[in-house]
Design a protein around this ligand. Structure first.
Ligand SMILES: *Cc1c(COP(=O)(O)O)cnc(C)c1O
Length: 391
C-alpha cells in the first residue's frame, strides 16, 4: 500500500476533519457568524496544502494564517476564499498583499499608515482588519484609549488601505474560572463597545470578530461576524480542563515502524544519560522517531506508545531520531511492526493532548511541532488521497 518512507509518518484523516467541521457549525448561528478556519503553521502541522482546499470544497470561504508565505501557499494550492493574515507582514509587502488579495491584520494605526503609504506608492489598496487590544496585551490599538474610536475612524480614511473590519483576541476564553469568565466578558464588551463608537462616527465595518475555538464553543456571541476556529477543527481541546459541547476526533495520528527488537538483560542501561536501567530481563524495541521529528525529549521516561493494541512505556532518554520502548509483555513485536505514538490501536488511545499533559505543554505545541521530516499521509476514509513529503 505505502510508497512513502515507512519509518515514521503522520496520518491526516480528512473524514474526521469533515465531522469536526459539521460539529463546529452546530455551535454558531451561521446567519450571523461566518466560519473562518485557522490554518496557520501548516494547518497546525496537518498540511495546509491539503487541509485548506478540502475545507474550501466543504464550503469554507474564510481562512486565517500567520504570515504572507502561508497565505501565498494557500493561493498556490488553489484557495480562492478570503485570507486574513493574523501575524506580521512588513508594510513593504503591500503590493504583494494586494496581488494575492489578502487581508492584513494591522497591529496599530501607525502600521496602517505605513502600509497605506507604501500601497499608494505601488498604486494599490490593501484590505486590513485593525487589531484591538482588550486584554491580551499582544497587538492592537488599546480599546481603553479614549481616542481609540477617532483613531480607527481616521485610519479608515487612509487612501492606500480599506478598513474591512476590527478584531480582538481572548486571553482566557478557555478557562471556566469565575474571574477568567469575567475577564473575557469584559474583553467582549470593551470590543463591541468600541465597534459601536467607530460606527457612530460613520465608519462602516464589514467584520467585527472576537471568537477563537474556546470562544466559539462557550460564548458564540452573534455580534462576532467571524469565528476563528483553530485547534478544535483539528479535534483537540483548547484546554484539558474543558468538557467540550461537541464531540471531536483528532485528525492526526502519528505512526512509526519498529526498527529493531532485542532481549535486554536485567541491569542493562538504555540510552543517553543512563537514566534507565532494566530491573528485570526485558524485550526492548527501538522505534525510529525522535525529538527531531517533534516527539519531544521531555517525554523521556513518561510517555508510552501503542503496539498491537497494548501500551509500551518509553524507556530511557528519547534521542534525536530514535527511542526505545519496553515491549516485554506484548506478543509479536518484530522489525516493521506498526507503532502508534498518537492515535488509537485496538481499545487503547493516546492523543496529542495526552502527550502535552505528560510533557507539560498544550496539544497545540505537540501537533505544530511534528517536523517536516515526517511525511503527511492524507486519508479520505481508508484510501490514501495524497502523500506529502517535505524532503
Ligand atoms: C491562532 C489564533 C486563533 C485560533 O485559536 P484556537 O485556539 O486554535 O482556535 C484565533 N485567533 C487568533 C488571532 C489567533 O492567533
Amino acid at each position: 500500500m505505502q510508497n512513502f518512507l515507512r519509518r515514521a509518518w503522520a496520518e491526516i484523516h480528512l473524514d474526521r476533519l469533515s465531522d469536526n467541521l459539521t460539529a463546529l457549525k452546530t455551535l454558531i448561528n451561521e446567519n450571523k457568524t461566518q466560519l473562518a478556519c485557522v490554518v496557520k503553521a501548516n494547518a497546525y502541522g496537518h498540511d495546509d496544502g491539503n487541509i485548506a482546499p478540502f475545507l474550501e470544497a466543504s464550503g469554507v470561504r474564510f481562512f486565517a494564517v500567520s504570515n504572507i508565505k502561508e497565505a501565498e501557499n494557500l493561493r498556490k494550492n488553489g484557495v480562492t476564499g478570503e485570507i486574513l493574515i493574523l501575524g506580521h507582514t512588513p508594510p513593504e509587502y503591500a503590493a504583494e498583499l494586494s496581488r494575492l488579495d489578502i487581508i492584513q491584520a494591522a497591529v496599530s494605526p501607525e502600521y496602517a499608515e505605513r502600509l497605506s503609504e507604501i500601497a499608494l506608492s505601488s498604486g494599490v489598496r490593501v484590505k486590513i482588519h485593525m487589531a484591538v487590544d482588550t486584554g491580551m496585551g499582544r497587538i492592537g490599538i488599546c480599546a481603553a484609549d479614549e481616542n481609540a474610536a477617532d483613531r480607527i475612524a481616521n485610519t479608515a480614511k487612509l487612501e492606500g488601505i480599506i478598513l474591512d473590519g476590527l478584531f480582538t483576541h481572548y486571553a482566557v476564553a478557555d478557562s471556566l474560572d469565575e474571574s477568567d469568565i469575567e475577564y473575557t466578558d469584559n474583553q467582549t464588551e470593551m470590543f463591541f463597545d468600541l465597534c459601536e463608537r467607530v460606527r457612530e462616527k460613520g465608519t462602516a465595518l464589514r467584520h467585527t470578530h472576537c471568537l477563537n475555538s474556546a470562544g466559539g464553543a462557550f460564548r458564540a456571541d452573534e455580534r462576532s461576524t467571524l469565528v476563528r476556529f483553530g485547534i478544535m477543527l483539528y479535534g483537540l481541546t483548547p484546554d484539558r480542563g474543558l468538557t467540550l459541547p461537541v464531540k471531536l476526533s483528532p485528525v492526526m495520528d502519528l505512526k512509526a515502524a519498529v526498527s529493531y527488537v532485542k532481549p535486554v538483560k536485567k541491569g542493562t542501561f538504555i540510552s543517553y544519560g543512563r537514566t534507565y536501567c532494566a530491573e528485570r530481563d526485558i524485550i526492548a524495541a527501538t522505534i525510529p522517531i525522535g525529538y527531531a521529528d517533534g516527539y519531544s525529549r521531555s517525554l523521556s521516561g513518561k510517555a508510552y506508545v501503542l503496539i498491537n493494541g497494548r501500551k509500551a512505556p518509553v524507556i530511557g532518554r528519547i534521542c534525536m531520531d530514535q527511542l526505545m520502548a519496553d515491549v516485554t509483555d506484548i506478543p509479536d513485536v518484530r522489525e516493521g511492526t506498526e507503532v502508534t505514538l498518537i492515535g488509537k490501536d485496538g481499545s487503547e488511545v493516546i492523543t496529542a493532548d495526552d502527550l502535552a499533559q505528560l510533557s507539560g505543554t498544550i496539544g497545540y505545541e505537540v501537533v505544530c511541532g511534528i517536523s517536516k521530516r515526517i511525511p503527511r499521509v492524507i486519508f479520505r476514509g481508508n484510501e490514501i488521497s495524497d502523500i506529502v513529503e517535505y524532503y
